[in-house]
Design a protein around this ligand. Structure first.
Ligand SMILES: Nc1nc2c(c(=O)[nH]1)N[C@H]1C(S)=C(S)[C@@H](COP(=O)(O)O)O[C@H]1N2
Ligand SMILES: [Mo]
Length: 556
């Protein structure tokens, strides 16, 4: 499965240390243990002390005339379309997760405070350890695209498939209520709770309950499980997904708080995925164990045939097709990255451009919200020029501002400071998944734009660093001039009321609060006003866009 990696690519994507690891905080282990003992243990106690409860399914082995029977074709279609896209969403989601293999309940994203980690590594003390280095290897059999440092392409798959999942879900739910099919899913009496418990006692103690014919009826546990997946897990996955967007969070601060905070939304997003996987495993096992041939005829053919193998074979064919597509997706992920990236820009990129990208970020955090930990990213500049300036405290530093402007200038940090200062406490969202809250002080970019007077043809502002990207070459990124004009867009020389440290980007770094972290260039050397990002680097709008296929700005 390894594509033709060069030696350099292999070092990044297929590192020597590929150990898998699962680390759970002790309190989470205790919670899991309580859940397990509280349910399965209680079922066993009831069984051993009071005997097996009556199986409520026995009461509806006949069919009432007004109930839905059988499965119309739209149910089969929605079921299998959902299966196909859910596989891609889960696998690409895992790849995104492994780019920052730690989950938290608070905004700190502090390594010691994670509740679960998928890396055996502890953060080395007294060393420049970046979030990028912290990413883990994931087998491409599990993740899409798998390997390491591939969040760009993983996001392409995730966001390209999500709209299909959402649309399919909307059609399905609409048709459920348009017909009478909702009745087999939505509980209509609280009796479902004790009934489900009684059925669960049967399962947990391996006394399999009678099997109502699923063509007409589900048992109580089955109904609750399907109801939960459709009406609770799926919406929760969508809502917590949105809560990770910097444009949404920094505009509507109440939104991530619905789930606690941005990091707990990310944790819930993971737990929902975990619940989906657990559901799929149990669901498939029970489909196989309770009359595979008939069950497959239900859900593939919509017929109640117990003999014909058509449903089974067609179902297997759909599963094989999904697996074959996984191979194709793997091949595309390592051979057609650029096309995938552009496809994503021309579809979702357009949607973002006209919706969330228009939001103006609002600084709303208080001093007490500032997080004690703030991950690092990027390679410290290696250039002798920068190192020399470090030695004399950037006294000779001049920020060069040019390109298509009436008034190109070179300004020292002192001169910038005289032009004004704005202070904001904001949340930083790294594309990898971590976040942190900090105070930033610096000059609003609008003041610079006012001073240099860009030409009317300028759409884009490029920020070039003294530092290099992961694969060498100058690190840079671009922003639309609209985003630079937004109130919280500043050139910062101050972080948490202290002069900006070398690690965090001295002498100057960018803050554009509706954007992801990789667009906030550190160690800024110069600013250039251009008509299009196409003239810079490889032409995709930034170092990470060029080399790691991160999200592109949509062309208009
Ligand atoms: N010059 C330069 N700037 C950069 C990067 C980089 O690699 N080089 N990484 C970006 C990324 S991915 C993030 S998340 C933020 C991290 O900022 P911090 O190190 O201050 O947390 O810097 C951004 N700016
Ligand atoms: Mo990042």
């Amino acid at each position: 499965m390894i594509p033709n990696f060069t030696q350099a690519e292999k070092a990044v994507h297929y590192p020597e240390d590929r150990r898998a690891y699962l680390g759970l905080k002790p309190y989470m282990k205790i919670i899991l243990l309580i859940l397990l003992v509280g349910t399965v243990g209680a079922a066993w106690i009831q069984y051993l002390v009071f005997g097996l409860p009556i199986d409520p399914s026995k009461s509806f082995l006949w069919v009432k005339s007004d109930e839905p029977s059988g499965f119309p074709i739209w149910i089969s279609l929605a079921h299998w379309i959902n299966f196909f896209f859910l596989m891609l969403i889960i696998r690409s989601g895992l790849s995104i997760l492994f780019d920052h293999p730690r989950l938290y309940w608070n905004n700190n994203s502090k390594p010691e405070e994670q509740w679960i980690r998928f890396t055996p590594l502890k953060i080395p003390k007294n060393k420049f350890w970046t979030a990028k280095e912290d990413a883990r290897y994931l087998s491409p059999i599990i993740g899409l695209p798998g390997y390491k440092h591939t969040v760009g392409i993983a996001r392409v798959w995730h966001f390209l498939t999500v709209p299909f999942f959402v649309l399919n879900g909307c059609f399905f739910v609409f048709l459920l209520f348009y017909t009478n099919q909702w009745q087999r899913l939505v509980p209509q009496s609280w009796q479902i709770i004790p009934d489900a418990w009684n059925v669960f006692v049967h399962y947990a103690t391996f006394n399999f309950p009678v099997e109502p014919d699923g063509f007409y009826h589900y048992n109580a546990v089955q109904q609750l499980a399907y109801f939960g997946v459709i009406f609770i897990l799926a919406p929760l996955a969508m809502l917590t997904g949105l809560a990770m967007s910097p444009a949404i969070d920094n505009r509507f601060h109440w939104y991530p708080r619905l789930f606690g905070n941005r990091q707990s939304a990310r944790s819930i997003h993971f737990l929902v995925m975990f619940a989906f996987v657990a559901f799929i495993i149990i669901h498939v096992s029970l489909v196989a164990a309770t009359g595979l041939v008939r069950n497959m005829n239900h859900i593939v053919m919509g017929s109640n045939d117990t003999e014909s193998k058509t449903g089974l074979f067609l179902g297997i064919a759909i599963i094989l097709f999904t697996i074959a597509f996984a191979f194709l997706a793997h091949w595309l992920s390592w051979n057609k990255q650029r096309s995938l990236q552009k496809l994503q820009a021309s579809t979702n990129g357009k949607i973002w451009k006209y919706t969330i990208n228009r939001f103006k970020a609002q600084a709303d955090y208080k001093k007490k919200d500032i997080t004690s930990y703030f991950w690092l990213n990027g390679k410290l500049p290696d250039s002798p020029k920068w190192k020399e300036m470090v030695d004399n405290n950037f006294a000779d530093y001049k920020l060069k501002i040019g390109g298509l402007v009436e008034n190109p200038v070179e300004l020292s940090v002192e001169e910038l400071k005289e032009m004004g200062k704005e202070q904001n406490i904001t949340m930083h969202h790294c594309i990898q998944g971590w976040s942190g809250i900090a105070e930033w002080g610096g000059l609003p970019l609008s003041k610079i734009i006012e001073l240099v007077k860009p030409d009317a043809s300028v759409t884009t502002v490029a920020f070039c660093s003294f530092g290099e990207g992961l694969y060498g070459g100058i690190y840079y990124d671009t922003h639309t001039i609209d985003n630079c004009m937004k109130p919280d867009s500043i050139l910062a020389w101050e972080m948490n009321y202290e002069p900006l440290s070398l690690e965090h980007g001295a002498p100057l770094r960018l803050r554009v609060e509706n954007q992801l972290g990789y667009k906030m260039v550190k160690w800024i050397e110069r600013i250039e006003f251009v008509t299009s990002a196409k003239d810079l680097g490889k032409g995709f709008g930034g170092k990470n866009e060029d080399d790691e296929y991160f999200d592109l700005m949509a062309d208009s």
